[in-house]
Design a protein around this ligand. Structure first.
Ligand code: SAM
Length: 214
């Protein structure tokens, strides 16, 4: 019988307590990518979207000047708020498919990891990221590689009774990310693909910049 699929908010509320504890190579690869980006965040005002349990928030908060972090799941946010490194972080419950309840031109970096696979399209959040970034600010994102999505991989967890549960997800191609970034007004600084030691692609990441003028 196929595994059931649940909505994003309900799914992550159910996964929150075990998200950090279970083995998850994609989650760990994304954390390695965020660690690589940490120098780009040092001393900056940062917005993290889809922060989840705050595993990356806790890494960037000590380096950044200030961090605001958004997620739709109250369960994930509650885990994040428990982390001592996040004591100064302002957590906001918000749906990133809708206009963000945040001021324009407020941040120097917007960061996301593994959240956009849950959005039917990425143009809306890219436009919002552009709006809340200052001119010259950067959007840094990493996602499950489209190759893996085409193999049928997506966010999933094991429920308390051992049943596998899938969380609503959508495939996005690299050209979709790149074209939506450009359409939102960004310049592309870098696109990267990270592979496992076997050579199979694992992550796709992008670094976009809001131009100084515009
Ligand atoms: C796979 S987790 C990634 C969490 C964290 N960024 C990480 O890398 O460990 C995806 C997160 O995105 C959040 N998310 C997904 N869709 C969202 C939406 N529409 N609005 C806000 N958060 C969303 C989920 O609640 C979840 O916490």
């Amino acid at each position: 019988m196929p595994s059931p699929t649940v909505g994003v908010e309900a799914g992550y509320d159910r996964w929150a307590a075990t998200y950090d504890a279970v083995a998850n190579r994609t989650r760990d690869a994304a954390s390695a990518q965020v660690l690589d980006w940490r120098p780009l965040l040092a001393g900056k005002a940062v917005l993290e979207i889809g922060c989840g349990t705050g595993r990356n928030t806790a890494v960037i908060a000590p380096a950044a000047r200030e961090v605001d972090a958004v997620d739709i799941s109250q369960g994930m946010l509650a885990e994040a708020a428990r982390r001592p490194e996040c004591a100064e972080v302002r957590f906001v419950r918000a749906d990133i498919t809708r206009p963000l309840p945040l001021a324009s031109a407020r941040y120097e970096v917007v960061l996301e990891s593994l959240a956009l696979e849950h959005l039917p399209g990425v143009l809306g959040i890219f436009r919002e990221a552009f709006r809340v970034l200052r001119p010259g600010g950067e959007l840094l994102g990493c996602e499950l590689h489209p190759y893996r999505q085409l193999l049928g991989k997506q966010a999933r967890f094991e429920d308390a009774d051992g049943e596998e549960v899938l969380i609503e997800a959508y495939g996005h191609s690299i050209s979709e990310f790149a074209n939506a970034g450009v359409q939102a007004g960004f310049g592309i600084v870098e696109l990267q693909e990270r592979a496992d030691p076997s050579g199979e692609p694992r992550l796709f990441s992008f670094r976009f910049r809001r131009p100084l003028a515009g």
